[in-house]
Design a protein around this ligand. Structure first.
Ligand SMILES: N=c1c2ncn([C@@H]3O[C@H](COP(=O)(O)OP(=O)(O)OP(=O)(O)O)[C@@H](O)[C@H]3O)c2ncn1[C@@H]1O[C@H](COP(=O)(O)O)[C@@H](O)[C@H]1O
Length: 114
């Protein structure tokens, strides 16, 4: 796994309340303390902010805002994965599995099955 993703995933895991995370001292622990719905809501918000940042580029706003919002989105999806005992590695493995499979062909093969 990419080094920075791996390190952040480890920190997120250590922030779980069962691993001694303290919601008073850690943002990640405070989200774990709020539970599933709060984490899902946060991912939804960050996804919306990412789309808004992309739209802003069309209005001559700096592209750096999109990078900033994508970082927020990736980070919060990592917390969502951890909440369900999954890791970025699981996602990277899925991307690797798909590598070289044309999206158009994959969709067409899906339609044949249904
Ligand atoms: N990468 C991040 C990271 N990215 C964003 N955030 C926080 O995510 C929060 C939500 O961002 P928003 O822009 O939506 O801010 P907001 O509207 O004030 O948030 P809400 O009040 O709505 O929750 C902010 O408090 C950001 O600081 C992060 N907080 C932590 N990390 C990493 O996680 C590690 C552990 O953090 P703690 O658990 O807080 O120690 C850190 O060392 C960092 O490596």
């Amino acid at each position: 796994m990419n080094d920075i993703l791996s390190r952040i995933a480890s920190v997120i895991e250590s922030r779980k309340l069962a691993n001694g995370g303290d919601p008073q001292k850690s943002y990640v622990s405070s989200l774990f303390a709020k539970g599933d719905d709060a984490i899902m809501k946060k991912v939804g918000e960050e996804a919306t902010e990412t789309v808004m940042a992309a739209k802003d580029i069309r209005n001559n706003m700096p592209a750096g805002k999109l990078v900033y919002e994508c970082a927020d989105l990736w980070f919060h999806t990592m917390i969502l994965l951890a909440q369900f005992d999954l890791t970025p590695d699981d996602v990277l493995k899925e991307l690797a599995r798909r590598e070289g499979i044309s999206g158009i062909e994959e969709k067409a093969s899906r339609k044949k099955v249904s």
